[in-house]
Design a protein around this ligand. Structure first.
Ligand code: FMN
Ligand code: SF4
Length: 508
């Protein structure tokens, strides 16, 4: 009997370790031999712990499992109350286009044999057969844009680093993943770590960088452990090191742990932190691509950008580019969270509408009450009301509505949400997380909290000040923390104006 129980942090938080122990104990008691594999998650978080059992038809899913549900898994699997049918036939899973997450949940994350059997290393082999400039052009042709938030074309960034003359260049993977409602980087690192390693090695070959760092937030102990073990295994297997797969080309990697500041996800702040300095934003120029880590040319890319690369190299940039709309090409791993029935990771081509995601795929709110607003793109993302549900998911359309795709995390709120409190939270978050380098953000966010408190107290002069302040923050901030905090605030005011004038209305 072959059984999979995720060792993903979300599944563990839901009791996956206890379920795994119960399966081992039940098997022993019955004298049944069970091969128990701790995989990554399939991303259907509302079904975690999701146990899978191999059958001739495919893997059958059971979830959300408790230790008490394990007996029936052995004794009466066909009538098991938690049976979900074949995993890959579950509608949430079946509707996806899984390129980056194709292996996540299917394999033992630390088995290189599994990894290769499911298509791993094909991209690196393809890259090794081509000169650096051709690899870069393949990524340019794919249309891949940075999945960390800014959406900058990945191939263009690589082209800059390739063209820079330096004795040493670096690849830095941004795995800080500070956005609320985001978890795709973590899931990928815990469920398919070799995919990220392969992507980074390809980036090294493409740009001439021989050293890579993955900067992971300290709140991700499981991802740190899995990534460290995977780097060791890849080095032992000759995928990393002085002679990448016998090519004579070098690429080494190390895992670094961040101390936990939202602003350390901003690339220049991250580089300061990586150099052992305080995580403060650097003014640009110079671009990190020319003067990055230790002043050397550096590619800084998000986990998802780098993890998309092996598929692109294995299947061609044109195949990736064939998916999507506008200048938003390929797939985007959406992260659905908040007050929602079916939360989790849903990888799909750009172009699906916000309404389809939230109502059809995610099944609406967990509370059963009507949806009020969805915040897309983390704490700096705008609130989108139901009237914007026909918005296609892509960089251009969201920017056109005063919002952003960001890292594609989305938090759903039902009608009970207090939009004034959420706007205040955005300002407070900025005030707490500000690196302090520029005045509009450092002082502006504090004044924003105070002024929203005046709005709440019914001061009719306060709201125009908020709009003025947001304007100053947008135009005058050095980075997107201060520059984008106005998005949630202004969108909340625009779509729910009545919530920002309660006392005034009462007085009138
Ligand atoms: C305040 C702030 C926080 C950020 N946090 C992250 C993060 O956690 N992860 C990330 O990949 N990018 C983050 N970014 C974006 C990075 O600065 C940078 O654009 C990105 O790492 C580049 O990689 P990409 O081109 O692959 O997206 C953040 C930006 C800002 C302004
Ligand atoms: S906007 Fe805020 S976080 Fe960004 S540089 Fe200015 S003070 Fe620092």
């Amino acid at each position: 009997m072959k059984v999979w129980v995720p060792a993903d942090a979300a599944a563990r938080a839901c009791g996956a370790d206890e379920v795994a122990s119960a399966i081992t104990a039940a098997a022993k008691q019955r004298g049944v031999t069970v091969e128990l594999i701790r995989n990554g998650t399939r991303g259907m978080v509302w079904l975690e712990p999701l146990v899978e059992v191999e059958t001739p038809e495919g893997r059958r899913a059971f979830g959300p499992m408790t230790p008490e549900d394990v007996t029936a898994l052995f004794d009466a699997p066909d009538s098991h109350p938690k049976a979900q049918g074949l995993t890959e036939e579950i509608p949430f899973f079946k509707r996806q286009t899984r390129l980056t997450f194709a292996r996540c949940g299917r394999i033992d994350p630390l088995s290189l044999m599994d990894y290769e059997a499911e298509g791993g290393l094909a991209g690196l082999r393809a890259a090794l057969a081509r000169p650096p400039a051709e690899i870069v052009e393949e990524i340019v042709a794919s249309g891949l844009r940075g999945r960390g938030g800014a959406g900058f074309p990945t191939g263009i960034k690589w082209r800059t680093v390739l063209g820079a003359k330096a004795a040493q260049k670096y690849i830095v993977c941004n795995a800080d993943e500070g956005d609320s409602g985001s978890f795709a980087d973590r899931m990928l690192m815990e469920g398919d770590p070799f995919c990220l390693i392969e992507g980074m090695a390809i980036a090294g070959l493409a740009t001439g960088a021989t050293q890579g760092y993955v900067y992971i937030r300290s709140e991700y102990p499981d991802a740190i452990r899995v990534m460290r073990a995977a780097v060791e295994a890849a080095t032992r297997a000759g995928i990393l090191g002085a002679d990448v797969m016998g090519s004579g080309r070098a690429f080494r990697m190390e895992i670094r742990v961040g101390a936990g500041a939202y602003v350390c996800g901003e690339e220049t702040s991250l580089l300061n932190s990586l150099e052992g300095k305080r995580g403060v934003v650097r003014a640009k120029p110079p671009l990190p691509a020319l003067e990055g880590f230790m002043g050397r040319p550096t590619v800084v890319n998000n986990v998802l950008s780098l993890a998309a690369v092996p598929w692109i190299m294995a299947h061609g940039g044109a195949a990736y580019n064939a998916i999507g709309i506008n200048r938003s090409r390929g797939t985007i791993p959406l992260q659905i969270a908040g007050n929602v029935k079916h939360g989790g990771l849903f990888e799909t081509g750009f172009g699906i509408t916000l309404g389809e995601i939230v109502t059809e795929i995610a099944g609406g709110t967990a509370s059963g009450r009507p949806i009020k607003a969805v915040q897309v793109g983390g704490p700096l993302g705008a609130y989108h009301p139901v009237s914007e549900f026909d918005l296609p998911f892509c960089y251009e359309e969201f920017a056109g509505q005063g919002g952003l795709v960001g890292h594609a995390g989305m938090i759903i709120h039902d009608e009970g949400a207090d939009m004034l409190a959420l706007a205040r939270f955005a300002m407070e978050f900025c005030a707490i997380e500000s690196c302090g380098k520029c005045t509009p953000c450092r002082i502006g966010a504090v004044r924003g909290v105070e002024t929203l408190d005046r709005v709440a107290a019914g001061d009719p002069t306060a709201l125009p000040l908020i709009e003025d302040l947001c304007n100053t923050m947008q135009l005058g901030s050095l980075c997107a923390l201060g520059g984008f905090t106005p998005y949630p605030v202004l969108s909340a005011i625009r779509h729910f104006p009545e919530e920002f004038t309660p006392m005034r209305e009462a007085a009138e």
